[in-house]
Design a protein around this ligand. Structure first.
Ligand code: PRP
Length: 193
């Protein structure tokens, strides 16, 4: 049995409504300022693209890349920077944009890293919050959906680098090899993302 995208957990319509609400909340709380949205690669790229278009005010954007230290070692808690910002954030109103907060280690690392650069404010917007997985207490200012401890695929979420382009968020399920194109795209082994 292969694994791939199963039932839809959050539909594209539900995502669109919630992203719209998040965009308006960010605009409201940054009224009179131009927030700098910092997307965390790669998963947040899809969410970021929709979120910036849902903010009815001028924004700036940039990206950072982070990774667990070495393959399969997320549990070690060691996070490293793989791509840095291209601009200074000193005195800026910064919003970190994450696709998901799981253990909280990535976000904890990012917060600490960005705080040393003296932003005027530092808020966090996460599409998904896997609350029950939390190991490090991190504050979230804007949350799309709290979800149970299920592996998710689509809308930026991958399995071995695949399925990020699916418009809905699916749960990972076992699939018969002949189930169709989604199953045939499933990787034989989880690879680097
Ligand atoms: C995911 C997600 C967060 C991190 C959250 O990234 O985008 O950055 O994991 O996990 P944590 O709360 O346990 O630290 P991933 O390593 O899957 O990379 P990707 O965004 O490139 O898919």
């Amino acid at each position: 049995m292969r694994q791939g995208p199963g039932r839809v957990l959050i539909s594209r319509e539900e995502i669109a409504v919630r992203v719209g609400e998040l965009g308006h909340a960010i605009a409201r709380e940054h009224a009179g300022h131009v927030p700098l949205l910092v997307g965390v690669l790669k998963g947040a790229a899809v969410f970021m693209a929709d979120l910036i278009r849902a903010i009815p005010a001028p924004i700036a954007m940039d990206f950072m890349g982070v990774s667990s230290y070495g393959p399969g070692t997320r549990a070690s808690g060691v996070v490293r920077l793989t791509a840095d910002l291209s601009v200074s954030i000193e005195g800026r109103y910064v919003v970190i944009v994450e696709d998901i907060v799981d253990s909280g280690r990535t976000l904890d690392y990012l917060r600490r890293n960005l705080e040393t650069r003296h932003p005027r404010s530092l808020r966090v917007c996460a599409l998904l919050d896997k609350v029950e997985r939390r190991q490090v207490d991190v504050a979230l200012d804007y949350v799309g959906f709290a979800i149970p401890d299920r592996f998710v695929l689509g809308y930026g979420f991958d399995l071995g680098g695949l399925h990020r382009g699916l418009p809905d968020i699916h749960v990972l399920e076992e699939q018969a090899a002949d189930k169709g194109p989604a199953a045939s795209l499933a990787p034989s082994a989880a690879g680097s993302t």
